[in-house]
Design a protein around this ligand. Structure first.
Ligand SMILES: Nc1ncnc2c1ncn2[C@@H]1O[C@H](COP(=O)(O)OP(=O)(O)OP(=O)(O)O)[C@@H](O)[C@H]1O
Ligand SMILES: [Mg+2]
Length: 181
């Protein structure tokens, strides 16, 4: 099959959701790297960065989390309709707002980085679980705030059982199957 040129590519959004330290950013970064190598126009929207810029006025109440996701959805929608491969990595703990993002964006692929809480807590890359357990951070997903698991995500990654590279390959294979690549 001939490879696609930039103008006949259809944009899409890979929407990574999962607990803190479940692997959203790590897998999204690796997939983004592979997609760039294949010549796609790629944009990453990551929670840590977006919360320091576009949504720095927001906190972690349910309303603020949803507002955070609404703004990200708006940006992802514009990029997606212009043929960009968008990879978002936000905890996005509430199912209804993820479904709203799905409806808005259209070419929306939900990627659930599933990982048991105890493994996420062991990883604790930024020391946030430790702080949450000590009561220093309120409204911390998995400890003192809810996470609503996706019911039927397009892609399920079990990041405690697969390597980062295996998870990334799985995403690429699905994109090929669905002819986004
Ligand atoms: N299969 C895998 N997929 C993703 N990450 C993995 C996997 N196996 C091990 N890891 C490791 O788990 C850690 C996941 O951290 P990462 O920052 O990606 O989490 P996150 O979901 O983005 O968390 P946060 O919500 O705090 O941003 C990384 O150190 C990564 O190398
Ligand atoms: Mg992250």
């Amino acid at each position: 099959m001939e490879s696609k040129t930039a103008c006949d590519r259809k944009g899409f959004t890979l929407w990574f959701t999962g607990l803190p330290c479940s692997g959203k950013s790590a897998v999204a970064d690796r997939v983004a790297e592979i997609l760039r190598q294949r010549g796609l126009k790629v944009e990453r929207l990551d929670g840590d960065i977006v919360r320091q810029s576009l949504t720095r006025d927001l906190g972690f109440s349910r309303e603020d989390r949803n507002e955070n996701i609404r703004r990200v959805t708006f940006v992802a929608k514009l990029l997606t309709r212009n043929g960009v491969a968008v990879l978002t990595s936000f905890i996005s703990p509430y199912r209804d707002i993820r479904e709203e993002a799905r409806r808005e964006i259209g070419s929306f692929i939900e990627v659930y980085t599933k990982c048991p809480l105890n493994v996420c807590m062991e990883r604790d890359l930024k020391g946030m679980y430790k702080k949450a357990l000590a009561g220093e951070i309120k409204e911390f997903t998995g400890i003192s705030d809810p996470y609503e698991e996706p019911i039927s995500p397009e892609i399920l990654l079990e990041t405690d059982k697969e390597t980062l590279e295996e998870s990334a390959r799985k995403v690429i294979s699905r994109l090929e199957e669905w002819e986004y690549l």
